[in-house]
Design a protein. Structure first.
Length: 408
């Protein structure tokens, strides 16, 4: 004879470990202010707190630091939150019943080694007077627009809100800035700044897909804004129709979370590097020439900076800023989408951004080669404290005008 639902629940609770809300509260309090707190799931042994209730319940209020994996998606999504089965996991629901079933699943079916269900669920947690976090809710339209993001455990509603809150600066609305800007807008990055003092030219349209024939002669920042707004009205576009230089760079870049480097000359790249190291802003940098592309992420003091990689400019004949060079029209799209992906990873704090790695793409051979890059302990910029970098030093390197002239 099959057991009743009450008897089945009693049997399950006898086979799992349970934990009192007071213990969970102490764990969260003890880790308050540490990296990722009780939700890190790293190798430190910190438990991951998982809310197994439905989405509407989670949105109405949840325990701070909790990750959300609805019970119905537990088997398919838990590995995205807790990839290491030896990591301690604490589950909770409304009253402690669904989390008990979930604990049995993780322990007996999926092989997790240290799983506990919180007694009484969030109801008892509230009765004890403990803090409940009420997240900002996405609108109905936003939930539909970003529905594919919401299905990914590494993003979800919290991650989408991070994207909506993020500010990303695009240096250039050209070949690289076009695909990067469009896909960051589609992803829901809330603020996109665009720096470009050029106008749309017919020769741009072979690769700069954010513009079109009807906008020939229009400022690129205006054309880019029109395309972005047509794609996603959630996005605020901040336009800088100027050339970036030492007189305005600090004012323009300050306050942005990530900068996308799509510039085509070395003076600006060195200036950008020095300013972002000083302000601690990560840069997702890419370059293109012919059939070849390069990409790296420069995150100050977590990896090498641009000067660690290129202490001085390359030979003049290989420098794109020394004159017009050909480029395969689709190549900026490839590299720009890689840039957009790295930006999203940085905003969400997921995956392994290309910090300390230079990715070399050969379109003709269809190969992607990775070169490890280390910080230079004698780097003239990132080897020192940021406050020691003076205005006079930023962007200084050998006489580049003469250097380019040598190329003929």
């Amino acid at each position: 004879m099959s057991p009743s639902s009450v008897e089945l629940l009693r049997q399950i609770k006898s086979r799992i470990k349970e934990v009192d809300p007071s213990v969970v509260h102490e764990l969260i309090g003890a880790r308050n202010g540490s990296a990722n707190g009780a939700s890190s799931g790293g190798s430190t042994g910190a438990p991951v707190l998982v809310d197994v209730r439905e989405t509407d319940e989670f949105s109405a209020g949840h325990i701070p630091a909790a990750k959300h994996v609805p019970r119905g998606y537990l088997e398919s999504r838990i590995e995205g939150i807790v990839p290491d089965r030896s990591t301690p996991v604490i589950l909770y629901c409304a009253a402690g019943n669904r989390s008990a079933y979930a604990a049995r699943t993780l322990t007996e079916d999926l092989g997790y080694e240290d799983v506990q269900s919180m007694t009484g669920g969030i109801t008892l947690w509230k009765d004890r007077g403990y803090e409940v976090q009420i997240p900002r809710a996405l609108s109905t339209e936003q939930r539909e627009r970003y529905s594919r993001h919401l299905l990914i455990s590494e993003i979800g509603a919290d991650g989408q809100q991070k994207l909506l809150d993020a500010k990303v600066l695009l240096l250039g609305a050209g070949g690289l800035g076009s695909p990067t800007g469009l896909y960051l807008a589609a992803a829901g990055v809330g603020t996109l700044g665009i720096v470009d003092d050029d106008v749309v030219d017919l020769s741009n349209l072979q690769r700069q897909v954010i513009h079109n024939t009807q906008r020939l002669g229009a400022p690129k920042v205006d054309s880019a804004e029109e395309s972005i707004k047509a794609l996603n009205p959630d996005v605020e576009v901040v336009k800088y129709p100027v050339r970036l230089d030492a007189s305005n760079i600090m004012e323009i870049i300050e306050g942005y979370d990530v900068i996308v480097d799509g510039v085509d000359n070395f003076p600006t790249r060195y200036l950008l590097n020095d300013a972002t190291v000083r302000l601690g802003i990560p840069v997702v940098s890419a370059s293109i020439l012919g059939f070849d592309g390069q990409l790296s992420v420069f995150k100050p003091y977590e990896g090498p900076c641009y000067r660690c990689l290129f202490r001085e400019p390359p030979p003049a004949e290989l420098a794109p800023s020394c004159g017009a060079n050909g480029v395969l029209g689709v190549l900026p799209g490839t590299m720009g989408l890689l840039q957009a992906t790295e930006v999203v990873k940085l905003i969400l704090g997921i995956g392994e951004p290309a910090i300390g790695r230079l990715l070399l793409y050969d379109a003709l051979a269809a190969t992607l080669t990775e070169v490890k890059v280390r910080r230079d302990p004698e780097c003239p910029i990132c080897s020192r404290d940021p406050e020691d970098i003076s205005d006079e030093e930023m962007g200084v390197f050998p006489d580049y005008e003469a250097f380019c002239a040598a190329a003929g």
